[in-house]
Design a protein around this ligand. Structure first.
Ligand SMILES: [Zn+2]
Ligand SMILES: [Zn+2]
Length: 313
């Protein structure tokens, strides 16, 4: 059993007001020792502790939009990081207005952060963070106020090393195997050069996660979720309330399922559930009728996303 590529934990799955069963929007994404939060609703830091997550790996927080149910947990979390003597930079990404919110709250509370906060406001589609192995993208969705959706996208991984082919080419087992696996050409004792392409299979897909809330059904969501291993999409209302959903800038669970289907996503988790729904059974049935690989999020639920060996796998 291989380790998951990315583990997603739902810290808050409600909309509008917190209930005893659903806290407000916050999703944790763990990848190779790094931790990101998508949104930071009220009580995010309590849920963070309940989920057994540590502050140290926290790299950044991506805020979708400036509605209270997505940001009211932010100041408390920033203050707790200060109490924990954080020294590392914290990255904050979000819509225009985020910097003002953080700074004005900080001033009003006469508090101060000794660690540095690298804050990026984005008013259009952008790459928020890029490393050798992944990038984090944002694109505007369709809500009542300006709102960003996010996509965490690993780059394709090297193909599988074919030991039999390497041996047949005369590569001796040992350090030369490692060099080829890292993508370096090697020269054999007889002067012959063996290239990585000669012994590696086709590139393998990286893991992709998309996060789209709050939004009406939108083409931008489909693009963010294109081919994703996991789409996290809002479904504030049941399928019968499409008119109400549109008017309020939201999606129904059926809308979320259509986005997942049209994007070719592998699985869908619907979040941002209205407190009016105690029993999510009907919501699940409505979504699964359109996209079978659907789940309705609940607080502290975790989803492990594993690497696929091929585009079809
Ligand atoms: Zn919301
Ligand atoms: Zn909203």
């Amino acid at each position: 059993v291989t380790a998951p590529a990315i583990t997603v934990t739902f810290l808050g799955t409600g909309s509008g007001v917190p209930s005893l069963h659903r806290n407000l929007a916050c999703v944790a994404l763990q990848r190779q020792g790094e931790l990101f939060l998508f949104d930071c609703g009220e009580a995010a830091q309590i849920q963070f502790r309940r989920a057994g997550l540590g502050f140290a790996p926290l790299v950044g927080i991506a805020v979708s939009h400036m509605h209270g149910d997505h940001v009211t947990g932010l100041l408390g979390l920033l203050m707790s990081l200060q109490m924990a003597d954080r020294e590392e930079v914290l990255e904050l990404y979000g819509p225009p207005g985020l910097a003002d919110y953080v700074e004005q709250s900080r001033q009003a509370l006469r508090t101060h952060f000794a660690y540095s906060i690298a804050l990026q406001e984005q008013g259009c589609a952008a790459v928020l963070r890029e490393t050798a192995s992944y990038r984090l993208l944002a694109a505007p969705l369709d809500h009542r106020v300006f709102c960003l959706g996010f996509r965490m996208e690993e780059f394709p991984r090297p193909g599988r090393f074919d030991v039999a082919v390497a041996r047949a080419r005369g590569v001796p087992p040992g350090p030369l195997f490692g060099q080829l696996q890292r993508g370096e050409a090697v020269t054999l004792a007889n002067g012959e050069v063996v290239r990585p392409d000669d012994v590696l299979g086709p590139l393998r897909p990286g893991a992709v996660i998309a996060y789209c809330t709050d939004t009406r059904p939108s083409a931008a969501s489909i693009e963010l979720a294109r081919g994703a291993d996991l789409l996290i999409h809002e479904g504030t209302f049941d399928a019968g309330m499409a008119h109400e959903a549109r008017r309020k800038g939201h999606s129904t669970v059926a809308d979320a399922a259509r986005i997942a289907r049209d994007a070719g996503a592998r699985q869908l988790v619907i979040t941002h559930i209205s407190p009016r729904y105690q029993d999510v059974g009907p919501l699940l049935a409505q979504a699964r009728a359109i996209f079978p690989e659907t789940r309705i999020a609940r607080d502290l639920m975790s989803v492990e996303v594993h690497h696929r060996e091929s585009a079809e796998g």
